[in-house]
Ligand binder design. Structure first.
Ligand code: B1M
Length: 210
């Protein structure tokens, strides 16, 4: 088994210490952070999701897999983000109300930070008012994440709240997360959609003309 496959397996098994150790070894062996992230960590998370759907894994297994990935991201972060870049713009990011999924949002934040954006991470289960406050506190872009089909409508609630506060014209809104699509973004009046962290950076740059 290759190191990358070992990382994937250790994520599925939720062995945080093994994942961290193997990620360090892979970096030392010259594997790219991108390969470790996509073929090791994210691939492992996808598999645990499939096992959950098949009724083989349950919420606790998803949780320990997520913890393992979280710890690995701490090791990987310096390789995914560049230091000392001047902030391009302020992005307020959060997982919408009712949704507790943290990792995708965290990855998007890290990549944006690496490309020179200042990040206001509002966390998970974020109510619409908090996004409105973030705009009043200087955010130029709002980035919304949702992982559940049942929480996607909360993205529309954020856009509605921004509209009602009279702030829609001064903000760009980008949305993403596994169940979200470009079609949904168009339907709820978001300015953009991104499928993954790299395209989120591309989309945000495009939206603010950076
Ligand atoms: Co949950 N969960 N979960 N879960 N969980 C999913 C999402 C699910 C697909 C699993 C499955 O059934 N196959 C399913 C959703 C089904 C649906 O709605 N269609 C599901 C379910 C059902 C649930 C619960 C309801 C389970 C239950 O309690 N019965 C429950 C809901 C809790 C809640 O939120 N209210 C629940 C709970 C949890 C845990 C708390 C146990 C845990 C999260 C822990 C944590 O985040 N700290 C968890 C996990 C780990 C998952 C899976 C296995 C992995 C998610 C993940 O971290 N992926 C997930 C299965 C899967 O995704 N295949 C699943 C890795 C991450 C890097 O990818 O988050 O997709 P992702 O982010 C990507 C892109 O989506 C995108 O870029 C990222 C990087 O490429 N992206 C954006 C994300 N946000 C973006 C924003 C952008 C742009 C791109 O712009 C702003």
């Amino acid at each position: 088994m290759s190191l990358i496959e070992e990382i994937r397996e250790a994520v599925i098994e939720g062995q945080a210490n093994v994942v961290v150790e193997k990620v360090k070894q892979a970096l030392e062996a010259g594997e790219s952070a991108d390969t470790i992230l996509n073929q090791g960590l994210i691939s492992g998370m996808k598999r645990i999701g499939e096992l959950f759907e098949e009724g083989i894994a349950f919420v606790p297994e998803m949780l320990i897999a997520a913890r393992a990935m979280d710890k690995a991201l701490v090791v990987l972060k310096p390789y995914l983000t560049a230091e000392g870049v001047q902030p391009i713009a302020k992005v307020a990011i959060g997982t919408v109300k009712g949704d507790l999924h943290d990792i995708g949002k965290k990855l998007v934040s890290m990549m944006l930070e690496g490309f020179g954006f200042e990040i206001m991470d509002l966390g998970i289960d974020v109510p619409p008012e908090k996004f409105v406050d973030a705009i009043r506190n200087g955010a130029q872009v709002i980035a919304l994440s949702a992982l559940l089909t049942t929480t996607m409508p909360a993205m529309k609630s954020v856009i509605d709240a921004i509209q009602q506060a009279g702030l829609r014209d001064q903000i760009r809104i980008v949305i993403g997360g596994a169940p979200v699509t470009q079609e949904y973004a168009d339907k709820i009046g978001a300015d953009g959609y991104a499928a993954d962290a790299t395209s989120a950076v591309r989309k945000v740059r495009e939206l603010i003309g950076a």
